[in-house]
Design a protein around this ligand. Sequence first.
Ligand SMILES: Cc1ncc(COP(=O)(O)O)c(C=O)c1O
Length: 364
Amino acid sequence: MPRPIVATIHVDSIKHNLAVAKQRSPGAKAWGVLKANGYGHGLERVMRGLAEADGLALVEFDNAVRLREMGWKKPILLLEGFFGPADLKTMAGYDLQSAVHCTEQLEWLEAAQESLSARGIKFDLHLKMNTGMNRLGFMPDAYAAAHARLSAISCVGSITLMTHFANADDVDHPLMPITEQIRRFELGAAGLPGLRSLSNSAGVLLHHDTLRNDWVRPGIMLYGGTPGGGTAEEFGLQPAMTLSSELIGIQDIAAGDAVGYGSRFQAEGPMRIGVVACGYADGYPRHAPLGTPVLVDGVKTRLAGRVSMDMLTVDLTDLPSARVGSKVTLWGRGLPIDDVAESAGTIGYELMCALAQRVPVVEG
Ligand SMILES: Cc1ncc(COP(=O)(O)O)c(C=O)c1O
């Protein structure tokens, strides 16, 4: 028998969540963001879930090629851009669109334009503005010049105006509120032609009334996680991954007994401790503290003891009917991944992406 841990991917929930994104983006087309193996859900499965998306966006060239090989016909966008001149060949061969965010990329395009144009190749590109995230993109005051330089390259087709928000989930952010990023975007893009692509999930969910997008780029919301600013349930999102396992052992311990490595958890009174086949080598966060929520037979209880490589321990004191073989939910349907992430001091994004390869994945 295999270990009882399994990740169940709910493809219908991805479809549902995409419909929520589209509903919140009237008039805009939607890229379905599926970088990092579809945020850990599996590229092919997510591609099916996002069949109604207008395009797919990611950062990995090999997976962009895989999407084409698996039959995706609509646009594909490389959000981090191309990493060297050789990537232009792949972009041409597989009809890939790309972000352009630095001068080096302009130089690579200029150097390759003659041979690419001779083959009739025209790239649809997304010129990224750095409006305050200070990660990728041209500064607002350099944006028009970058746009002019890109427009002059013969192998360039369309140019979409693009930026990315640092704090779309926190309207009143003291350092970089979204209003300031929008102000900078409007300044830098003033008078430039082109479609606009601004919103991530938080932009879609929290700012759809005020932002003007031709294309939106939702990611986390498609998987049923919140980007912040509200719970997934409040936004009408459904979890796309349920990580479940079973109890594989039970210990009755006395007051003063300690559990697990480091003997971090000490019982204050007699307790039942359940041992779950799930550990950090499965992608469960090792730093999840005492009290992190876990469901046993659908009833919420708590982590008790340090998470080890293959196992974690839970408090069954108030669950007298729990047995070896009882069903355990680590996150997903019935237990929001964001609640587990919050307890562990991280975000749902990280937990999804960290699902380990050894965990069997099924659909359901
Ligand atoms: C450029 C860009 N657009 C969109 C997204 C999707 O963001 P989210 O998952 O918060 O919706 C990301 C993710 O980091 C991104 O880097």
